[in-house]
Design a protein around this ligand. Structure first.
Ligand SMILES: Cc1cc2nc3c(=O)[nH]c(=O)nc-3n(C[C@H](O)[C@H](O)[C@H](O)COP(=O)(O)O)c2cc1C
Length: 333
C-alpha cells in the first residue's frame, strides 16, 4: 500500500472509531422513563439517529414529543463526544422528510483543536444523573442560573426561570396532571411497566432511584405514584428553582432541539454541582400543557419543566440507572 493510501486508511479508521464512540457515549443520555427510544445506524463515515417507536411510552407520550426530546439529548451527547475527539461535525436534523423517524445525520468534516469545555462535558456525561430527592439546602445562585440558561440557549432552546407566583401556578398544573394520569388505568399500567424493581434488562427506572418515602414538595412529581428504595433526608423541599424549557415550534425539530438544550444545560448544571430533575407530567396532559404555555406569556411552546436544586448535602449521590447494551441500540454496516 502506498504511503498516501495507508494515511487514508488510518484516517478512515479514526473516523469510524470516533463515530462509534459517539454512539456509545450517547447511550448515557437521559430519557423519559429511561426508555432510551433511540437507534443509531453507523457506517464508516456517517452516523444516523432514528426514533425507535418500539421503546416509546405510547400512553404517556402519544405524539412522541418526549421521546424525540430524549433523542435530542442523545444527539447532543454524541456531538460532545465528537468535539472532544477533535472533529468538526456536519449535522443535518430531520434529513429525510419522507422518513420523519430519521431524526439526524452526522458526518465528520475536518479536525479541530479540542476545547476544554468539550473535554469537560465528555467527562460529565458519565456523572450526570437524575436525583428525585427533595432538598432543603441553599437556593441556586443567579450566576449559576445564568450559566445554565446560556447553555440551553446556545444549544437551541430557551429556559424561562419561574417567579414564585408562577411556581404556584405550576404546582396547580402539576397536581391537575398527576390526578388526570392517576385516574387512567392505561397510564398506570405503562408506568408500572417502566418503573420499579431492579431492571435487569437495562431500561426503565429501578426502585433504587425512586424515593423511599413520600415528602412534601412544592411541585408534585418524581415519585411515579409508588415508593422505591432511595433514602431521603430532607423533609420538605422549599428552595428549588423551577424553569420551563421552551421554543418557537411545537413539532419534531423543536422537540429535538429541546433535547439538545436539555443535555447542554444539564451537563453545565452538573459541572456546577447542581441537581436537575425533569418534570414532564404537565407537558404530557394537553390541558396542563396549555396552562404551562400561558405561563410563558408568548415566549413560545413549553417542552419540559425542570427543577434545579443545589443537591442533597446530607445524602449520598443517587444511584445511576441501567442502560441497554450497545448492540441493542447501535446497528453497524
Ligand atoms: C423528556 C424527559 C422527561 C422526564 N420526565 C421525568 C419526570 O417527570 N419525573 C422524573 O422523575 N424523571 C423524569 N425524567 C428523568 C428520567 O426518568 C431519567 O433521565 C432516566 O430515568 C435515566 O436516568 P438518569 O437521568 O439518572 O440517567 C425525564 C427525562 C426526560 C429526558
Amino acid at each position: 500500500m502506498s504511503t498516501e493510501a495507508s494515511i487514508r486508511a488510518a484516517d478512515t479508521r479514526a473516523e469510524a472509531r470516533a463515530l462509534s464512540a459517539a454512539a456509545t457515549m450517547a447511550g448515557h443520555a437521559p430519557s423519559i422513563h429511561n426508555t432510551q427510544p433511540w437507534r443509531w445506524r453507523l457506517t464508516s463515515n456517517e452516523l444516523s439517529l432514528y426514533l425507535d417507536h418500539s421503546r416509546a411510552a405510547e400512553v404517556t407520550d402519544p405524539d412522541s414529543r418526549l421521546a424525540v426530546l430524549s433523542c435530542g439529548a442523545a444527539l447532543h451527547h454524541a456531538l460532545v463526544s465528537l468535539a472532544a475527539d477533535g472533529w468538526h461535525t456536519i449535522l443535518a436534523r430531520m434529513p429525510d422528510p419522507a422518513h420523519p423517524d430519521h431524526l439526524a445525520r452526522l458526518r465528520l468534516d475536518h479536525r479541530i483543536p479540542v476545547g476544554l469545555e468539550a473535554r469537560r462535558h465528555r467527562q460529565t456525561i458519565g456523572l450526570r444523573h437524575t436525583d428525585r430527592r427533595p432538598t432543603g439546602g441553599t437556593p441556586v445562585g443567579t450566576e449559576e442560573l445564568n450559566a445554565i440558561v446560556g447553555a440551553a440557549e446556545s444549544a437551541g432552546a430557551g429556559l424561562h426561570i419561574l417567579r414564585p407566583d408562577q411556581v404556584l401556578e405550576l404546582a396547580g398544573a402539576a397536581d391537575q396532571a398527576q390526578r388526570a394520569e392517576n385516574a387512567d388505568a392505561a397510564w398506570q399500567a405503562e408506568v408500572n411497566y417502566w418503573t420499579g424493581g431492579t431492571r435487569p434488562l437495562g431500561s426503565g427506572i429501578p426502585d433504587a432511584a425512586i424515593p423511599a418515602r413520600a415528602t412534601q414538595t412544592t411541585v408534585p412529581g418524581g415519585d411515579f405514584g409508588h415508593l422505591g428504595d432511595l433514602p431521603v433526608s430532607a423533609e420538605h423541599e422549599n428552595v428549588a428553582t423551577f424553569a420551563i424549557l421552551y421554543g418557537p415550534e411545537d413539532g419534531e425539530i423543536g422537540w429535538l432541539r429541546a433535547g439538545e438544550a436539555l443535555s447542554a444545560s444539564w451537563l453545565t448544571a452538573t459541572e456546577l454541582g447542581l441537581s436537575v430533575l425533569p418534570l414532564s407530567a404537565t407537558i404530557e396532559v394537553t390541558v396542563t400543557r396549555e396552562r404551562i404555555r400561558r405561563l410563558l406569556a408568548g415566549l413560545g411552546h413549553p417542552y419540559l419543566v425542570l427543577r434545579l436544586t443545589t443537591g442533597d448535602p446530607a445524602g449520598s449521590a443517587a444511584p445511576h440507572t441501567p442502560r441497554l447494551p450497545a448492540d441493542q441500540v447501535i446497528e453497524r454496516f
